[in-house]
Write a protein that binds this ligand. Structure first.
Ligand code: ADP
Ligand code: MG
Length: 340
């Protein structure tokens, strides 16, 4: 059944599992603005991420998984700042009004919204069919997340200091490998749970929200890994005015990635693949033990992979010696998104 704009908003985006009430949001969907009231002594942390069909997800992907991923990748930015999710807004440019698709997409959003107590509080909806060309534009999903963090406690990119350890959560490269499995049919011999682990890493990234909050006051800088460690760690180095080395042998790799990719393929996936949405953070050595304790309590794996040094730039090491490694992260307009 075809629906108009307001039917779609009412049926799919105002559904109570998705647009539920939370403290801190006195007014949500239905008026010209939502009203937000952060807790006293907290700052609002705001971030926006756009997902475009054909660029960030495959045109035929499952709408439930897409709904989950759309919110998860945005929550990951809150995690990287140590912020607690409060709510989100959503703008959709929709090629067609498909009830089944909308129901599944909004159910995927609702599952993640409930898990993080982060309801949908407003948005916009437009048809992406241009009147003249006659061909619908791509599906485009734009989320803005709002979180809160105690004044002065946000984890910024600029706080890394010489001597700090560099750590990452989880494992690296799985999502990039999962995308290759889905899009290119790479590693056809990989089946069962190992294949599934890679595919799920792409569809439903972790978004380390609780880990990010636990790192407040301990980590000196943090970023979430959306474009690949090689490029994302550079952002910390530039913002902090420091250099670093990373030991390639210390990169946390999953059993699934090792089963799929040959040893020489692994660095490109783990360092340049993107879409991991794990946290990379720096920590003064005297806080390292405390970090390990709080993350262990959350069940979040963490690995120390390198160190901040004076100077600039990122140096790769293997067995204690410097090695040449050419890896690039994803960069819109900068490269085709393929690690070299
Ligand atoms: P306006 O014309 O004042 O911008 P709209 O008619 O676009 O408002 O939207 C009506 C209400 O529905 C607003 O509260 C808006 O935030 C909400 N809304 C619109 N699109 C979405 C969406 N995709 N998801 C959630 N809420 C939405
Ligand atoms: Mg209005």
């Amino acid at each position: 059944m075809a629906s108009d704009e307001f039917d779609i908003i009412r049926r799919h985006f105002s559904r109570p599992e998705l647009a539920f009430a939370v403290p801190g949001v006195p007014l949500a969907i239905g008026d010209d603005c939502a009203l937000l009231q952060p807790s006293p002594g907290f700052e609002l942390a705001v971030s926006m991420d756009m997902l475009v069909e054909g660029v960030h997800f495959l045109a035929d992907c499952d709408p439930f998984q897409l709904g989950q991923r759309t919110l998860l990748v945005n929550l990951s930015d809150l995690a990287a700042m140590g912020a607690r999710p409060l709510c989100f807004t959503l703008a959709v440019s929709l090629p067609r009004s498909d009830e089944h698709w909308l129901a599944r997409f909004s159910a995927g959003l609702a599952k993640v919204a409930a898990a993080h107590q982060c309801p949908l509080v407003g948005g916009d909806l437009t048809a992406s069919a241009p009147a003249v060309a006659g061909r619908a534009g791509p599906l485009c999903l734009c989320v803005q997340v709002h979180g809160e963090v105690p004044v002065g406690a946000a984890l910024r990119r600029s706080g890394a200091r010489v001597g700090d350890a560099i750590c990452v959560t989880g494992t690296l490269g799985d999502a990039a490998a999962g995308l290759r499995v889905l899009r290119d049919g790479t590693w056809p011999e990989l089946t069962g749970p190992l294949r599934e682990a890679l595919v799920q890493a792409f569809h439903t990234p972790q978004s380390r929200v609780l880990a990010g909050m636990a790192l407040r006051g301990l980590a000196s800088a943090a970023i979430d890994l959306s474009d690949g460690l090689a490029s994302d760690l550079e952002h910390i180095l530039k913002a902090s005015g420091v250099g670093a080395w990373v030991d390639v042998d210390e990169l946390p790799l999953s059993e699934a990635l090792c089963a799929a990719a040959a040893p020489e393929q692994r660095p490109a996936l783990a360092l340049g693949g993107g879409d991991d949405y794990e946290l990379c953070f720096t920590v003064p050595l005297q806080q390292l033990q405390a970090v390990q304790t709080v993350l262990a309590a959350l069940g979040t794996p963490v690995r120390r992979i390198g160190e901040i040094v004076a100077g600039s730039g990122l140096q790769w090491r293997r067995s204690g010696t410097t090695m040449a490694l050419k890896v690039r992260g994803y960069n819109h307009f900068g490269n085709a998104g393929e690690p070299t």
